[in-house]
Design a protein. Structure first.
Length: 394
């Protein structure tokens, strides 16, 4: 389990260090301080398939589409969609300017990503790969970003920058599995195919009753059923049977029920999805590269990420939700990171933590001043004072 986390040169963060983490962590802060990007960094760090995660992050922000448009007007300026991953959208070439995600300086699971530039000879001869830490390399008229290199516990991998467009969503390349772990519950619409995979994992382990218990926080139910979606063979339609009634679509019971179902499903499945080891085909190798290193890599951890956890859930239910999160996270040995803007959610988090001395709960407030970010942490004891005196932490 992560007890600290450090980010360098990723997205909005030039540098961020969180010196203390718990098993269940609630992240707060104003808009544009980087709460969602912190979840992105954790997702990338915790994945056994970081290249797929990178592709999904870029697609989510429309960087592929915008990159293709911008590239038409650029001459030798690399791939704009890749540059958005780096702080300030001003990537430098070479490992000295890499994105770094780690627990601490001795972390064996640390993940680094950096760019390799290529230059084309006169008269159209083949590109020459040059690794340099000089900023000028990206601004030469004949230079462009050719490779994105990724080093983690599994070894060193290279992917051609343009190949990232093939590795996410419905455009997944043959033999490449979309990254499933760590699972993330987004603030709004979820990936229906990911939900289907999570449900299959939960059924395989016989944990359907655990999910049913979660959903029963709002309304007592007898069972949860899944049927194939005739529009998409890789997704499911979920039904619930209420006491004394016929099955009805889960969605017909409201956004709160659906939200709790997705959180429960992701948390119950996090352990089983994390246990799946990667195959070589999951790492898309370029013509010049393949994984360096052999053997089965260690998993960094099992975790669940929830963006805007309170969405759609009535404030009177939030305390029960947190009780379940603390209990299930402990039982399944999963570390949880969630974000919120809601004071009701913070209060419910503290109240549930106060009832569970083994909760290991931590509140993390992100702050930003110019380009500088910092994290202020509040332990379970601190949380009691925060909520008692209504100290503004959001």
């Amino acid at each position: 389990m992560l007890r600290s986390f450090e980010i360098e040169r990723f997205r909005t963060f030039a540098h961020l260090q969180i010196k203390q983490l718990g098993r269940v962590n609630l992240v707060v802060g104003r808009n544009n301080v980087g709460k969602s990007m912190l979840l992105e960094a954790l997702r990338l760090y915790g994945s056994l398939n970081p290249v797929s995660v990178l592709a999904n992050l870029l697609r989510k922000c429309d960087e592929f589409s915008v990159g293709r448009v911008l590239r038409r007007g650029l001459s030798g300026q690399g791939f704009p969609e890749v540059s958005s991953l780096f702080h300030g959208r001003q990537p430098l070439v070479g490992e000295a300017h890499a994105i770094t995600l780690r627990s601490d300086t001795s972390d064996p699971s640390a993940l680094t990503l950096w760019l390799v530039a290529s230059a084309t000879h006169m008269h159209g001869s083949p590109p020459i790969q040059v690794e340099t830490e000089q900023e000028e390399a990206l601004h030469r008229s004949d230079a462009h970003v050719e490779l994105l290199k990724v080093r983690q516990a599994t070894g060193l991998y290279s992917v051609r920058a343009h190949a990232l467009t093939l590795i996410s969503g419905e455009e997944t390349a043959p033999g490449v599995l979309v990254a499933e772990n760590p699972p993330i519950v987004p603030p709004n619409e979820v990936d229906r195919r990911a939900v289907a995979r999570q449900w299959d994992a939960v059924k395989l382990l016989g944990r359907e009753d655990h999910v049913k218990e979660w959903v029963g926080i709002v309304t007592p139910i007898e069972t949860i059923l899944d049927v194939g979606d005739p529009k998409d063979s890789q997704t499911r339609v979920f039904l619930v049977r209420l006491p004394g009634s016929q099955p009805v679509p889960l969605k017909s019971l409201g956004d709160g029920m659906v939200r709790i179902f997705h959180i429960a499903l992701a948390l119950e499945s996090a352990r089983s999805l994390g246990a799946r080891q990667p195959e070589a085909a999951e790492y898309p190798a370029s013509a010049e590269s393949a994984g360096e290193g052999a053997g089965v890599p260690p998993r960094p951890m099992d975790m669940l990420l929830i963006d805007e956890v309170e969405n759609g859930i009535h404030y009177t239910v939030l305390r029960k939700v947190w009780r379940f999160v603390f209990e299930v996270a402990r039982r399944t040995d999963v570390q949880v990171f969630a974000t919120t803007h809601s004071w009701d959610c913070v209060e419910a988090f503290q109240a549930a933590a106060a009832e569970d001395p083994e909760a290991d709960a931590m509140l993390i407030r992100l702050e930003r001043k110019g380009e500088e970010h910092r994290a202020v942490t509040f332990s379970q004891e601190d949380l009691a004072i925060v909520t008692r005196d209504r100290i503004e932490v959001r």
